[in-house]
Write a protein that binds this ligand. Structure first.
Ligand SMILES: [Fe+2]
Ligand SMILES: [Fe+2]
Length: 186
């Protein structure tokens, strides 16, 4: 179905960014320059593409119907699984941003440098496991068990959100950031 195909496609971009984040951390570990603006761009991507653009569709559409229609299994999978992981990702971005501001103020602050690398790489582990679980288990379970009319509604609303995003230039902006960082950190 369209609504899930879009989410899976977005996972591809998010996982490409996870690879970039790991490579940029490795670059710093190997003595390369820590370019604060690049890490800020990663935070921007995670917050506005992975979280706002992508997680918003999961939380407000597919997961919302799964909680309402799929009993305790749906509720546990979403509320105690996926949503908790979305929050953990947000926490990593808050901590990463704080560390970036501290490092910007004093680039001899090795504690801040450590926190940048830790939160960047921890996020990549979290989001890789999370997106894989959604692709292989959660989305399949939802698609198989939700009411037909709910799936149709999800498709329709996803289409509207995608068009809104395109009007605002969200997809092109963030896929552009991804491409630029991917070319730099490969
Ligand atoms: Fe998710
Ligand atoms: Fe997702």
């Amino acid at each position: 179905m369209y609504g899930i195909d879009i989410l899976v496609k977005e996972h591809d971009a998010i996982l490409r960014m996870a690879k970039v984040m790991r490579n940029a951390s490795l670059h710093v570990m190997n003595g390369g320059e820590l370019v604060v603006a690049d890490f800020d761009a990663m935070v921007d991507f995670v917050r506005n593409y992975a979280d706002k653009h992508h997680h918003k569709k999961e939380e407000n559409l597919l997961f919302d119907f799964m909680v309402k229609e799929l009993g305790s299994v749906g509720k546990n999978l979403v509320t105690h699984g996926m949503l908790v992981e979305h929050d953990l990702g947000r926490l990593h971005m808050t901590d990463l941003e704080q560390a970036l501001r501290a490092y910007e103020e004093d680039n001899t602050n090795t504690g801040a440098k450590l926190d940048i690398i830790v939160n960047t790489t921890a996020y990549t582990y979290l989001i890789t496991r999370h997106a894989t679980k959604e692709n292989e288990v959660v989305f399949t379970f939802g698609e198989k068990n939700l009411k037909k009319e709910s799936l149709v509604f999800i498709d329709e609303q996803t289409k509207i959100l995608e068009e809104d995003g395109e009007k605002e230039g969200v997809q092109s902006k963030y896929l552009g950031i991804l491409q630029r960082l991917e070319d730099k950190y490969r």
